[in-house]
Ligand binder design. Sequence first.
Ligand code: GAL
Length: 680
Amino acid sequence: MTPPDAASPHHLLLGSCDYPEHVPRDCWETYARRQRELGLTFVRLAEFAWSRLEPRPGEFDWAWLDEAVEAYHREGLRVVLCTPTATPPAWLIRTHPEILPVDEEGRVREFGSRRHYDFASPVYREHSRRITRAMAERYGQHPAVVGWQTDNEFACHGTGRSYGGASAAAFPGWLRERYGTLDALNEAWGNVFWSMEYGDWGQIKPPNLTVTEANPAHILDFSRFASDQIASFQREQVDLLRELSPGRFVTHNFMIFESGFDHYEVARGLDFATWDNYPTGMLEFFAQGIVGEEDRNHFARTGHPDLVGWNHDVYRGLLRGAGRLGREGEGTPNGFWVMEQQCGQVNWAPFNPLPADGAVALWTAQAWAHGADVVSYFRWRAATMAQEVLHSGLLRHDETPDRGYAEVAALNQARFPLGEVPARVALLHDYESLWLLGAQPHSASLSYWAQTVTYYRALRSLGVDVDILHPDADLGGYAVVVAPAITLATEERAVRWATAVEGGARLVCGPRTGFRTPSGQAWAQGQPGPLAELLGVRLLQFDSLRSGLTQKVAGPEGDFQAHAWAESYRLAGAEATHTYVGGPQGGLPAVTRQGRATVIGAHSDALIRAVLRDVLAEAGVETVDLPDGVRLSRRAGVTLVQNWNPEAVTWEGRTLAPVSFEVVEESTPAGDDPRPARLG
Ligand code: GAL
């Protein structure tokens, strides 16, 4: 097979994650050749290899990695090297046990797996810089090395925050920088409540092990602090890599639905984002409150398209103006990579079903259609040792091709063109709001993720492409802006949103929008705080509905049943389009509208979908009612029609095979005569 490079460079490229340190030396040459023959372009190496790179303090062994890199280079593969700081070796931890992190229960998290470090540890920072410098000096200019990944999956396994040791020691100083005086901190946190006022910076600790819940303001600032530690930890590595490895990209492999840090802050300074896509594991772990039990069975072998799509769209929007593949002129302005793509079954979920036939190809095609420039499979060969022996690779333990391999080979016959994702709808996503709703969810049925992804899912079920952006991003040019759960409002944010609406955008806000100030208190003038004028409402009541308890809502489309959450408003300029019927909020507005600004106070999938459909129609964004599990994604002037269902679906006169995709020309949701596109 011809490597994809031989045709046009401007199409999706593939790669894999390989571990030369896990296999005998005589495998390296063969693996590199087989990867090239499969059509792979990239190989990612060494993210957990510290104990082999520096077996004893200051004693480096580069010979094996030199040889491995050369083996890939000879076959024309491009190497992505990683800083190995997710796995500090035993000698370092035993000499400096203070590097170890402390969990929320106050227990030290021990050596013996990975990610056992506190981001704030000055000792660990020094060693992180030392190993980064050593690797960058050795490989920074190697012709095979096209880029770097920092560390591996920050915050994975709940390691974004350490509640003792170095983090606990650094937290008061960080607060002092932020607030200047204790009076300012006590005021911002509202510490007069329950006599929580501090008289000395040294009295402040992380917000764990409190008798009952900690102050949400305390939790919010600790989350910001922890996020800052990750950002500055990474920045130290990025600075060294920029200095010693010029012309190479620097990225990080982010995670599925990770809440442990502000991704927008941590991504700053990277060339583009990458993320690790495990659709079946994601469905087991993160679908709570978003995808019902029946659907979880239905999509068990593919994962759910919108959970996966959500992550793609988050990472496409994390950084703008980047997207390099290591050579000038490639990639797209908002490009991202999937650094680890599931290509068989995973090992870490409660259940780990085999993916359906066609799933690996479908996942890859969806990644491309959502803006990925590269998809790299995890992992080349299944591990024969340690924690991940039950995880698949492209090759089985015995080096024969596993189920995903043939799908990857077939994908390489196609040429998926790079180009823009033409989204006219922006959905706003904010980690500070996530932390606040996490600190006080008030309804066990409605997390930040559940509320936000419900809106995303409604948009996707209407065949609409979505950009996911920070709430303070430039919103110019969008026809519709959706803010499902931005509970933290600032004066500046209110001005930005008002400017977008004045500029012609339609704004749709979900419940709890603008409830809190930037320090996590309730706005004293009432909610939605500084957004009140733009939205034309004042919050009246909010009702947390236990599972099984519903609240009826009536509107022009008919009746709806809200679950989990229902809030009502006093009209202050807006009009009510939907009203509660019966119950404590009977007769009060449930959905309101002032000019181009809509507020939806009730949580109901059907209501959210109906309101969004109307708003999209008014904004001139074409919608289409897609069957469950059928999705459309557009890129570079073509539409990817996907069927994620385990059975065939007939839609718009065409029969879509189970777990399959088709690429059609023209970016129409339901064109009259869509022709299969010629890819390449
Ligand atoms: C990822 C991680 C990999 C591997 C993989 C297994 O989260 O980055 O190292 O553990 O999961 O699915």
